[in-house]
Design a protein around this ligand. Structure first.
Ligand SMILES: NC(=O)c1ccc[n+]([C@@H]2O[C@H](COP(=O)([O-])OP(=O)(O)OC[C@H]3O[C@@H](n4cnc5c(N)ncnc54)[C@H](O)[C@@H]3O)[C@@H](O)[C@H]2O)c1
Length: 398
């Protein structure tokens, strides 16, 4: 039986372009229960030849090098923004004004002022849903951590220890857009820190109320300008380039401390210089009833400590989160321990977006612009704390 469809226009066809395209392609096959399925209507980019090739490989019906025209197409219902951060605001606001649902990559914006404008546009665009690609929420272990915390298994939270550690940005990596404040807004902070701030909020249901003790560092101050402009990124291998040097204008690493509304305290670390860790997106939460820890490099496991068990049997349990009957999203995939990967988080997110668009609840909450704005408040407070060397209450920014 054919199911109702919704036309998607995706802007950007590199790293996130591939993950999102893959998600639209697969979701129909693995989530047969969905009442609405995406149709890959238009793919947008800047290079005509690359676009045509991409559209053929991934199954997009149309291509466009004019994003305004593409999102104005009356056939398009959902605009998906997979471009660098400097384009999020303009594209999202234009799409909302055109009456489209918007799925925007993270961080929501380059800074809080831009995020606020996006939030206001979303509030005005009644009938339009917004989504932000904080896809790690839909890694089954992270979704399970959220469910356990909501079921009271961690109890009152004392500590949140969040870290997102990568090591790809050595001095031979050229000056790609991720090192330019003009294009990305910030470096490791907005790129990686945003994810773990979102995950901490998502799992605990708590909100940050004050940021203090932030420090940011740029270890490599200058990099070679790539011969073909600052395009590309970790997706394109960030190959070394010959040419003149340009200034790095973002942080390579940012660390900060925080207080939560509940009284819990948190530490957040994000860096592109953690030699030995390529994508260690991790979180540890300690409460009076239990604790959890997660590390994306071992993403099919959630570690859980039940402090309510008899003391003689207390210890860390490693939960393989692939049991269809018990674990979020697992029933749509493979038998137990036939493990999942990075791409599944995006497919799970598209499934939940389709559920919401067809009036059904998502498996776990999806971040919209309201929600992502709260993460942006924390990012901004940490930037201010680092620059001004002082604690910054979130209320000061609201
Ligand atoms: N959710 C995640 O896990 C995750 C991972 C990586 C990146 N991201 C986010 O995704 C976004 C894109 O990152 P990426 O790694 O895919 O970058 P990328 O450099 O690999 O791709 C960017 C794409 O945007 C296109 N583009 C740029 N400016 C454009 C314009 N004016 N008009 C049309 N197309 C334009 C480029 O042509 C390219 O196709 C960023 O916001 C980044 O923070 C999210």
């Amino acid at each position: 039986m054919s199911r109702p469809t919704t036309n998607v226009c995706l802007i950007g066809h590199k790293f996130m372009g591939r993950t999102h395209s893959n998600a639209y392609l697969k979701v129909n096959k693995f989530f047969p229960e969905l009442g609405l399925v995406p149709r890959m209507h238009t793919i947008v980019g800047r290079n005509e030849a690359e676009l045509k090739h991409f559209a053929e490989e991934w199954g997009w019906a149309k291509t466009s090098t004019d994003w305004r025209k593409a999102i104005g197409d009356p056939e398009v219902a959902v605009v998906d923004i997979g471009t660098p951060n400097n384009m999020h605001r303009e594209m999202a606001i234009a799409a909302l004004e055109a009456g489209k649902h918007v799925a925007c990559e993270k961080p929501l914006a380059q800074n809080l002022a831009e995020a606020k404008q996006m939030l206001e546009a979303a509030r005005k665009a009644r009938g339009c849903k917004t989504f932000v690609w904080y896809n790690y929420r839909r890694v089954p272990a992270v979704a399970l951590a959220h469910q356990l915390a909501r079921a009271g298994k961690i109890g009152r939270v004392y500590h949140i220890r969040a870290y997102y550690l990568q090591d790809w940005a050595g001095p031979s990596v050229p000056l790609i857009w991720r090192f330019s404040k003009e294009v990305s807004g910030s470096g490791a902070h907005g790129d990686l820190g945003a994810h773990v701030i979102d995950m901490a909020r998502f799992i605990t249901g708590d909100e940050f109320v004050e940021v203090s003790g932030a420090i940011s560092e740029t270890f490599v101050k200058e990099r070679e300008i790539p011969s073909q402009g600052s395009g590309g990124g970790i997706a394109s291998g960030a190959a070394s380039a010959k040419g003149t040097m340009g200034k790095v204008t973002v942080d390579d690493a940012t660390l900060f401390l925080a207080r939560m509304k509940s009284g819990a305290i948190a530490s957040v670390e994000s860096t592109r210089f953690a030699t030995g860790y390529q994508n260690r997106n991790g979180l540890e939460i300690h409460g009076d009833k239990g604790a959890i820890r997660f590390d994306f490099e071992d993403m099919n496991r959630l570690h859980f400590y039940d402090a309510t068990a008899e003391r003689k049997v207390q210890g860390w349990t490693q939960i393989m989160v692939t049991h269809g009957g018990d674990h979020p999203y697992a029933a749509n995939w493979w038998p137990d321990a036939h493990v999942l990967g990075y791409e599944h988080s995006f497919i799970n997110q598209v499934a939940d977006m389709m559920s919401v668009l067809s009036g059904q609840p998502p498996v776990v909450p999806l971040p919209d612009f309201e929600d992502a704005y709260k993460t942006q408040l924390v990012l901004e407070a940490a930037t201010m704390s680092a620059e001004q060397r002082r604690p910054v209450p979130i209320a000061e920014l609201e």
